[in-house]
Design a protein. Sequence first.
Length: 145
Amino acid sequence: MYEFLANTHNLIRWIVLPLMLVVVVLSWSGFFTNREYRKSDKTLGVSMLGLVHLQLLLGLILYFVSPMVQLALDDFGAAMKNAELRKIVMEHPLVAIIAVTLVQIGYSKAKKAKIAIRKHKTMAIYTTIALVLILSRIPSWSFLR
């Protein structure tokens, strides 16, 4: 089960990251050009929202079945002294939760906004911050993982 979850979590990363980048680029573009907020903007936003939530759910399940995490939690103090282990056990999940929360808040605020430029600006800001946070805490950039 662990291998399946790890592989699925890794695979979905390669869908989520480009999708977030597309949303960031289109949102900033819409903001700077004062473009109307189109149905495609909403569709991309809700797709991104669903996928980041799925990624978080898989990550949380993976966290609780991971043998590495279980070993780290057995000696939490020692795990926190190891930078790579700390990143996997503490920083990656915490930042992921914060990033998904930012995506959710950004999407919800954009959905409620009445003016297109405000929708674009809100999506752009929240999604950019979330993407930067996620990119800062990816444990491994390996394609083989």
